[in-house]
Write a protein that binds this ligand. Structure first.
Ligand code: FPP
Length: 247
């Protein structure tokens, strides 16, 4: 039996998030420019988006560019932005054929104008799609998101639109970039690094973490299905005991 057929469609994670890591190493170990790794990384993005939609994942979130990634050499940043624009242009048809809605989280006002425009255009054109929501985290950092949230809530409190007593988990959630997404159930990181790197810190409170040595450009549908199978063999207790779950 192959991995895909072993997956129980009733027990799929609702929201899968991925830290796509290892593009640079994939390229340099082959004597190629780092850019080639990012280019191959887009192929893996296409394959994994397709694989996630096929199996029935409802929410897939990809860490495409972090707030810290702005510190990379300007040429690499520019190339990544160009790759984003060309991928958005070329993938619109596939997103439409597969009924996938594009969404973005992060400080997208910081993106170069062509990237922001293309992104907003694809988001608008796919907004009524139902099968899966694909979220790209772009110029995203969890700490920046939390600072933004605290500022917005403080202003509302100061202007007496809300009372400090109204501040609860739901209200904080409503101010995050991810306000229209469920909590993450499964977080995957490729390339052997075992870090969170400022990704969805609030949203992964109860996520299962899955680390694989596979470099992102080599990551396939089969690797995604292995991660899903691994997830299905875990017991999620959300603070309760095993016995309570079986009652
Ligand atoms: C991490 O690899 C990857 C990135 C910072 C960018 C991810 C971008 C892509 C997969 C391509 C473009 C994406 C879209 C959505 C069009 P790294 O460069 O940190 O690798 P390293 O750790 O081996 O140096």
């Amino acid at each position: 039996m192959d991995t895909k057929t072993k997956i129980n469609p009733e027990k799929l994670p609702l929201h899968v998030a991925i830290v796509m890591d290892g593009n640079g190493r994939w390229a340099t170990t082959r004597g190629l420019f780092r850019y080639k790794g990012h280019e191959r990384g887009t192929k893996a993005v296409r394959e994994v988006v397709e694989g996630a939609a096929e199996i029935g994942i409802k929410y897939l979130t990809l860490y495409a560019f972090s707030t810290e990634n702005w510190k990379r050499p300007e040429t690499e940043v520019n190339l990544l932005m160009k790759l984003l624009v060309s991928s958005l242009k070329s993938e619109l048809t596939k997103l439409t054929e597969n009924d996938i809605k594009l969404n973005a989280i992060g400080n997208i006002d910081n993106l170069p104008a062509p990237a922001k425009e293309e992104l907003l255009s694809v988001i608008e054109k796919t907004k009524n799609h139902q099968r899966m929501t694909l979220t790209l985290a772009l110029s995203y950092g969890s700490r920046e998101e939390l600072v933004k949230t605290v500022k917005e809530i403080s202003v509302k409190t100061k202007n007496r639109l809300i009372s400090p007593l109204d501040i609860d988990e739901q209200l904080i959630n409503n101010h995050l970039y991810t306000h229209n997404l469920p909590d993450v159930d499964l977080l995957i990181r490729t390339s052997g690094e075992q870090r969170i790197s400022n990704f969805l810190l609030w949203q992964i409170a109860y996520a299962e973490l899955y680390f694989t040595d596979v470099l992102w450009p080599d990551f396939t549908k089969e690797d995604l299905y292995k991660a899903l199978l691994n997830y299905q063999n875990r017991e999620r207790r959300f603070g309760r005991t095993s016995d309570q779950l079986n009652e």
